[in-house]
Design a protein. Structure first.
Ligand SMILES: Nc1nc2c(c(=O)[nH]1)N[C@@H](CN(C=O)c1ccc(C(=O)N[C@@H](CCC(=O)O)C(=O)O)cc1)CN2
Ligand code: MG
Length: 299
């Protein structure tokens, strides 16, 4: 007998992000009124990766849109690691800068882990320094990477408690997969992490109540990878050119095959992406609030 068709609910990340952004804007206003402080975000970009240019432009526009100050450092692709470290050192010591992010990927020849480590943990709004990674892993207060934080906020809003659910995370990047797994563990999910060396990922993915896919392989997840009714969070964004010569974005999930199979699904675009930027604003406000109130974690 055929299973009853499932009506897949698309998760509107843009709408969630708009609401979160509005909350951040209120927080920025309140911080100005109570302490006369305007949160400042420094965005550092090296080279001219076209996708990064778009993301950086969006980050700056959204930062200013909520009343924060933004400082952009666009450095040439020839910048050395030492020069970049010097920029970060200056930003670490600038009291008007509460958040620092270095747009990834960095050009070859610059070791991103050395750069990340140089950012002061209290200003690390990407949540990638060893201190913040440790705090996320231990379930302590800190700054959490924006994309997995955005996924978690979407999941909590959609499902309420995540306790006891089986979550499968596909991808083990420092930016998404690893922190996502830690956050889901903190929610008391049973967490399985799959990656490039995992045999038969589909056989694990299809057991997930919550499936988070962050591999950058467009169309990796087919219908039979999805447990009927599961919540599927598609983090992948790959730009492709269609046969008609148009540019469009594709996720890691074959969207048409997930429709009618998943219970809930984030679209690409308009799912996780907008939450990444909204969470960056939230982290910057958090960093500024903690700095003015002397409430830094671990101090
Ligand atoms: N330092 C960092 N570098 C990178 C991060 C990060 O969180 N910190 N994440 C990604 C890129 N990224 C933010 O930097 C990002 C990606 C996508 C979006 C987004 O809004 N996507 C839209 C579509 C946008 C488009 O048309 O291209 C969507 O999905 O709806 C925001 C931020 C790697 N680097
Ligand atoms: Mg992202």
């Amino acid at each position: 007998m055929q299973a009853a068709p499932i009506e897949t609910r698309l998760i509107d990340g843009k709408a969630y992000a708009r609401r979160l952004t509005d909350t951040v804007r209120d927080g920025v206003t309140a911080l100005g009124e109570t302490h006369g402080v305007v949160p400042g975000l420094a965005v550092v970009m090296v080279g001219n990766n076209p996708a990064s240019e778009v993301y950086v432009r969006n980050k700056i526009a959204h930062t200013e849109g909520v009343g924060m100050r933004s400082v952009a450092h666009k450095l040439p692709g020839s910048t050395t690691e030492a020069e970049l470290l010097a920029v970060i050192d200056r930003l670490n010591r600038d009291p008007e800068v509460h958040g620092i992010l270095v747009q990834l990927p960095l050009p070859r020849g610059i070791a991103s882990d050395r750069i990340t480590r140089a950012i002061h943990p209290h200003k690390d709004v990407d949540g990638l320094t060893p201190e913040n990674v440790g705090r996320t892993t231990l379930g302590q207060d800190g700054l959490v990477p924006c994309t997995p934080l955005g996924c978690l906020l979407l999941l909590r809003s959609e499902l309420g408690t995540l306790k006891g659910l089986h979550a499968v995370v596909v991808g083990k990047s420092n930016l998404v997969g690893r922190p996502m797994a830690q956050l889901l563990l903190q929610e008391e999910c049973t967490v399985t992490v799959c990656h490039v060396a995992t045999p038969d990922v589909g056989s694990l993915a299809c057991q997930a109540d919550v499936l988070v896919v962050a591999t950058g392989h467009k169309g990796l997840v087919r219908r039979d990878w999805i447990k009927p009714g599961a919540t599927v969070i598609d983090v992948g964004i790959t730009r492709v050119t269609t046969q008609e010569g148009k540019s469009r974005l594709m996720g890691d999930v074959v969207h048409e095959e997930a429709m009618g199979r998943a219970g809930r699904l984030t679209p690409v675009p308009g799912g996780v992406g907008p939450m990444t930027i909204a969470c960056l604003l939230r982290n910057t406000l958090t960093a500024a609030e903690r700095s003015v109130r002397g409430l830094q974690p671990g101090t």
